[in-house]
Design a protein around this ligand. Structure first.
Ligand SMILES: [Zn+2]
Length: 208
């Protein structure tokens, strides 16, 4: 890119970001609930390959589109009025350049295990608030089990007490609802599917 082009490019990016910032400011100052609500609407982000990779807020999606980093694939049907500009709100955007997504981007943590297991005890199936769940080592630590994605599951206190230091095959009627797996893109896609439940425009990208 020549210096001249680069400067024009930079200027375009700045003005695009400014347009969204202005719109957001205006929405906030006018207390137009509708506009500020619109900027928070979830937008599905696709890779250049059309693979869904993320969900972001409409405000961020608009910045990406106006900066020329992404393009709108599906419109929301709503229009944001900002001064003399009318901006069509995106529902699905696609990055113009392919981004490599690491196979496993989520850190192993209590929060992410609970998210993966959807706050569901993996033994009895009860759904509880995060604070009322614990993590269970499927193979107890005392028997050589490690703290890994494959050996940690969300568990209610009752099941945790009942299981104690035993292995599953040593207990009657106690099995895992499903095999614990790393929190992969596939799992993230399940979450996207749940979040996008109300938006039909997401459907074809999420392989319902
Ligand atoms: Zn349980």
């Amino acid at each position: 890119m020549s210096l001249g082009k680069a400067m024009i490019h930079a200027r375009k990016q700045k003005s695009a970001a400014r347009a969204v910032a202005l719109a957001a400011e205006q929405a906030a100052s006018q207390h137009t609930m509708q506009s500020s609500h619109m900027l928070q609407l979830p937008v599905l982000v696709l890779n250049a390959s059309y693979e869904p990779i993320n969900i972001c807020g409409a405000r961020r999606a608009l910045v990406l589109v106006l900066k020329g980093i992404a393009r709108t694939e599906e419109e929301h049907g709503l229009t944001l009025h900002a001064q003399r500009n009318r901006i069509a709100m995106p529902s699905v955007i696609r990055l113009l350049e392919y981004r490599r997504i690491p196979h496993q981007t989520r850190a192993l943590s209590r929060k992410n295990i609970l998210l993966r297991d959807r706050n569901t005890c993996q033994y009895c199936g009860v759904v509880l608030p995060a604070g009322e769940l614990t993590l269970d080592h499927v193979i107890p630590r005392s028997r050589g089990g490690n703290s890994t994605w494959e050996n940690l599951v969300a568990c209610c206190h009752a099941c945790n007490r009942r299981k104690g230091n035993r292995l599953l095959h040593e207990i009657d009627d106690m099995t895992l609802l499903r095999e614990p797996r790393p929190f992969s893109l596939h799992t993230s896609r399940q979450i996207m599917r749940m979040l996008g439940h109300g938006d039909d425009r997401w459907r074809k990208y999420l392989f319902y």
